[in-house]
Design a protein around this ligand. Sequence first.
Ligand code: MTE
Length: 332
Amino acid sequence: MLIKTDRDGFTHPITGEVTPRAVYQDRRQLLKWMASGAAGAALASWAGREALAQQVQRAGKLAPLNAVRSAVPGAVTMEKVTDYKDATTYNNFYEFGTDKDEPAKNARTLKTTAWTVEVEGLVKKPGKYALEDLLKLAPQEERIYRLRCVEGWSMVVPWVGYSVSHLVNKVEPLGNAKFVEFITQADPKTMPFVGSRVLDWPYVEGLRMDEAMHPLALLSFGMYGEVLPNQNGAPVRLVVPWKYGFKSGKSIVKIRFSEQMPKTAWNKAAANEYGFYSNVNPHVDHPRWSQATERRIGEDGLFAKKRKTLMFNGYEAQVGQLYAGMDLKKNY
Ligand code: MTE
């Protein structure tokens, strides 16, 4: 088995985070750890952080989107949530410009009314699904995920949505469907940079069927208790927390089921830099920079320490088995 574990990464991500991450994510281990007497003051700090994570404030900017706290294992990190302002002004959404502040400035032209998502390809129930129906397809859950961008920064965002698997099950893929492709909006009238040569539009991403069926793969309609702001991919986007952020396609208009591995936008642009899998992996560097550490947005002070990047972005316990036996250096 070629999957590497990152025990260091799991113990002390930054100074001051004294509770081993694997411990507080696993109740049985937590009880053992408490019984061992090692808990002490660390537990108080853990409880404090849990309280923090449990109280995500609505931003009060957009329509509320009510959600129940997710019970999916690993779906709620206890780490400090990134400020709404940072999460909505430091974006990658190249259809609206390549600078981080451009999506927030330019995405107000995105038209999100009368939105439909077309399902096609190898499924029993293809068709156009209205956003209103998709919103009701499964209970909306709040999930607090780490998002690690391939560029070396990360955030912690309270998303609202439900597992992609609910939609996949509804449309009933055929037996030969092996991949799911997510095709996003590319409207030159409302998206000023569609037509620029930076990517071959539309922005397309894809997952292997078992990845799409993993409960952590999220179809997201909101964040911070409200509908998605345009710059974050309104009205519906993907969030795949164990993969680099670019797998999380924004403003999805089409979902296609296929037998062949889809050609994704970044893979077409630079195949040697962006593979299909794009799992967060601190042991496989980007050809032009290291992936071993990351800068957490909001911790950017002069003396802020970089964090160690965790294997599968810290979701190894949940998703590692999807890649058992695969060479992750080749399948980057
Ligand atoms: N989706 C579309 N349609 N266009 C994009 O340029 N950028 C990706 C991804 N989804 C992108 C996209 C990248 S590189 C990242 S890191 C995340 O969106 C950023 O999501 P955020 O701005 O909500 O943090």
